[in-house]
Design a protein around this ligand. Structure first.
Ligand SMILES: [Zn+2]
Length: 384
């Protein structure tokens, strides 16, 4: 029986040049904003100028890497300096940081109080500041998700701050903003997008509406990721990847993820590698393991038929079997020069801790079937 619910950003603007519409829209949220950017805030200079031209004064806050609790704490202090709303202009880290700052600025206490797993999981009491997301990479889909992944250097872990009201009020996905993304970032973020289209598709929370997003998104990645990597100036490929990324965000926010993200979450705290690179390193072997476990223990689950369908979509071959999807991804990862977990700095003796922490994540509960500790360890070994 069909049964679903969909929650997303209140307003999504997609298309080349859409960024030019944003200053006038932003003015509707107030006169002063916290503009959250990446390491190099100059990349947002012309956008900032346009905002100021529309009568919105900006306080700039730069997020140099993946967001941590101390960074968010500083951002909240900056935002309390009279900002009425928050705009993030950057990759997934910048968007997650802005999302957390908008949520925590009107709420007292430490960011850790509100965090899942490592914090107190306290509920946000006061209404959040409006949040606007402008992604400049194509991968995380964070512009349409309701959580922010934050690292705690003290715990060596990452955990989510999550609330339905953390969904952006406006998400502007302008593919032209990704045209200067270097090849390795195009590869890592693009493979994160692919993971976020496959995992919700086979998830035990999959639904008929999300399935449509996943099918279309996988098609777009299959036709465009390699082109975007080899020829960053290809506007059509960039548009395709931006669309796929948005579809991945919509999918994961409404149908959950699986073992790749279940393992990527503790690995994000253990390694200094970016999230996309970690997902890329895990995807082929994690998928192979899920398919094997489904064939052995649960051949009647819809997830196995979904993997078969994913294989047909990705390879373009109507005869393809689930295992062919894995092979196709292995070949893609080779062409995109994706590193292994060992390359990313994981030591073999860290695998038991990784397995233990992966089992505790919420992503793992959405995996098409429960995996044993030995199976998760095998994924790590084979991805090492
Ligand atoms: Zn991801």
């Amino acid at each position: 029986m069909m049964n679903f619910e969909l929650a997303t950003a209140a307003r999504i603007l997609f298309g080349a040049g859409k960024i030019n519409d944003l200053p006038a829209i932003a003015r509707g949220f107030g006169l002063r904003t916290l503009l959250v950017t990446g390491r190099d805030s100059l990349r947002a200079a012309s956008f900032k100028q346009a905002l100021e031209g529309a009568g919105v004064s900006c306080r700039t806050f730069s997020v140099p890497g993946e967001p941590t609790l101390p960074i968010v704490r500083d951002g909240v202090l900056a935002c309390r300096d009279g900002c009425e709303f928050v705009i993030s202009f950057g990759g997934g880290s910048v968007i997650d940081a802005g999302k957390a700052i908008a949520a925590l600025t009107p709420n007292s206490g430490e960011p850790l109080d509100y965090l899942e797993v490592i914090g107190k999981g306290q509920q946000l009491q006061n209404p959040l500041l409006p949040f606007i997301a402008v992604p400049t990479t194509a991968g995380t889909g964070s512009e349409v998700t309701r959580n922010a992944v934050l690292g705690s250097p003290e715990h060596g872990l990452k955990a989510s701050l999550r609330h339905p009201a953390m969904l952006a009020r406006v998400a502007v996905v302008d593919p032209e903003l990704t045209s200067n993304l270097p090849p390795h970032l195009t590869a890592n973020t693009g493979l994160d997008a692919l993971t976020q289209l496959i995992e919700p598709f086979v998830s035990c929370r999959a639904n008929a509406l999300v399935d449509l997003f996943c099918r279309e998104g996988m098609k777009q990645v299959a036709s465009s990721l390699l082109t975007a990597y080899e020829n960053g100036g290809d506007r059509h490929a960039r548009e395709s990847m931006a669309f796929a990324s948005l579809l991945g965000g919509l999918s994961l926010a409404n149908a959950g993820l699986g073992v790749v993200h279940g393992m990527a979450s503790p690995l994000g705290g253990m390694l200094s590698a970016p999230h996309g690179a970690i997902c890329a390193a895990l995807l082929p072997q994690a998928m192979a393991m899920n398919i094997r476990a489904l064939r052995e223990r649960a051949p009647d689950r819809p997830a196995l038929a979904k993997y078969e369908e994913a294989a047909r979509i990705l390879t373009g071959n109507r005869e393809a079997r689930a295992e062919d999807a894995t092979q196709w991804i292995v070949e893609l990862c080779t062409r995109l020069a994706v590193g292994s977990l060992g390359d990313l700095g994981l030591h073999r003796d860290q695998i038991p801790v990784l397995v233990e922490n992966a089992q505790k994540t919420s992503s793992m509960t959405a995996n098409p079937l429960p995996l044993t500790e030995a199976e998760i360890a095998e994924i790590a070994e084979r991805s090492w």
